[in-house]
Design a protein. Sequence first.
Length: 105
Amino acid sequence: MPETKAARLDRVLDQLRLYEHPLLDFSARAKGDGVEVIIQFKDKSIPVHTYYFDLHPRDLDHPQFEWTFQRQLYDALHDYFVEMFIRTPQDRALRSQEERHLKEQ
């Protein structure tokens, strides 16, 4: 039987309490019939964006929620850390290409 919005949020908050990270804070809030998980960098002096991901009712009501939640959280952490790069080799190639284009003009 599907859970209520409050019960779904409580379930996610209970899971998040099981995770502690030296760099990140975790929280969640209701979003429609689902839940939005929020990942924030603890050091507010570093200008890093906040990461959000949604958990849908079908995931929240799944009998294996705890395991699927962990997989989704770890996938989100991977994405978040990759998005934190301020420079990558691909960026450098793009900048070089743009510089060549400007020189040709």
